[in-house]
Design a protein around this ligand. Structure first.
Ligand code: TXA
Ligand code: MG
Length: 359
């Protein structure tokens, strides 16, 4: 299916050109796919109310139908277009956190096709904060179903270049609005159970949610699990929660402990592997640079350890740069779990498949 011309159109991220948005919206209305920027990652969009259009998302990504999609809306009142029996707390959270990186799981409305929800009784909804995404949803006139615009199981894209390298020839149009400003996907909050629970930590922090919803539960910690053990039943309970989900194409390891411990064990591991003629890539913090400068490893720095916003923005790009550089292994340092740190740790655990040092 790599037979399509993929057009990339630059669009101003703050004041998107209405003629470009109109063209993209026309494609979506006619049942085609359009990739668009959001504040978190790029999305692979289809008209959420057209089942045949949404089908194309699964084909383009190579994604199993058991994994449901997020419906993106451009006005909090449009919640009623996709969900039903909306609890008061959902309206309150929408009012406070939207537009922004928070996805709510709510009872699905009657008009949302099964292909969007994977046949579940619930639907995931969010209102993104990106002017291009909002303009596109409004011009289309219906909600847009969109997963991250990467090939299934690959790292999410935070630039149009990342999208092209995964989906070139598989989508007709990519709107290039520059790099995403949050860099990790939205927080997914399940409001359908007895206790509101985060299914996926993301761009809206647990601490911020707690100020409005003290009962909110953090995501459950999972033992490392492997692709083979990922059965359909698990997929339906917490679809995005496979540890292997965001894997780069080379093996990766996560180093834990104090900064001093991390630097020492990582450096030893870099040296051990290089002695075996392995090419090693490392994903580190600015403060670690001095330790590794002369190590011979290929280095990607994410930012200062106390600036999780900066680290989140560079994380997926770093994994892609290292993977494309031809290294045979990627060693990643871990970060504090404060604020966006919880999402960063989740993505690093997924990228490394739960392979942690010291084990
Ligand atoms: O920031 C984001 O959320 C990005 C941008 C494009 O909006 N989207 C995104 O979509 O990350 P995706 O499909 O890559 O991840 C959405 C996750 C999936 O893991 C899916 O399993 C989960 O949301 N999900 C969707 N509907 C669900 C539902 N009804 N119940 C539980 N999880 C659901
Ligand atoms: Mg994804």
């Amino acid at each position: 299916m790599n037979d399509m011309q993929t057009e990339v159109l630059q669009v101003d991220p703050i004041h998107p050109d209405p003629t470009i948005i109109a063209r993209a919206a026309e494609l979506l209305r006619s049942g085609q796919l359009v990739v668009f920027p959001t504040e978190t990652v790029y999305g692979l969009g289809a008209n959420a109310l057209q089942a045949h259009a949404v089908e194309k998302i699964f084909a383009a990504k190579g994604r199993p139908h058991s994994d449901p999609l997020i419906a993106h809306i451009a006005d909090e009142h449009d919640l009623e277009k996709v969900a039903s029996d909306i609890p008061t707390i959902a309206w309150k959270l929408a009012h406070i956190f939207w537009p922004g990186p928070l996805t709510l799981i709510l009872p699905a409305g009657p008009h949302i096709p099964h292909v969007v929800t994977a046949g579940l009784a619930t639907v995931a909804v969010r209102m993104p904060r990106h002017p291009v995404a909002l303009a596109l949803i409004r011009a289309t006139g219906s909600p847009i179903a969109a997963p991250s615009a990467n090939r299934f199981m690959h790292v999410s894209p935070t630039t149009a270049q990342h999208v092209l390298s995964d989906l070139s020839g598989r989508v007709p149009l990519i709107l290039d609005g520059g790099p995403c400003t949050v860099g990790v996907e939205s927080t997914i909050l399940d409001l359908c159970g007895d206790i509101p629970t985060i299914l996926r930590p993301g761009g809206t922090s647990l601490e911020a949610l707690r100020t409005q919803l003290p009962a909110v539960q953090p995501p459950t910690r999972r033992a490392p699990q492997h692709k083979e053990r990922h059965d359909e039943q698990q997929a339906l309970k917490a679809p995005g929660q496979m540890l292997i989900h965001y894997s780069p194409s080379v093996p990766a390891f996560l180093f834990e402990g104090t900064s001093e411990m991390i630097r020492a064990t990582m450096l030893t591991e870099v040296q051990r592997r290089q002695a075996q003629s392995e090419r090693v890539g490392i994903l580190i913090a600015d403060e670690d640079l001095a330790t590794f400068q002369e190590s011979g490893a290929l280095i990607y720095t994410l930012g200062r350890t106390n600036e999780p916003e900066q680290i989140a923005v560079r994380l997926f790009a770093g994994l892609r740069v290292l993977e494309e550089s031809g290294v045979q292994v990627i060693l990643c340092r871990s970060f504090s779990e404060q604020g966006l740190g919880l999402a960063i740790r989740d993505r690093l655990l997924k990228a490394t498949g739960g392979k942690v040092f010291p084990a």
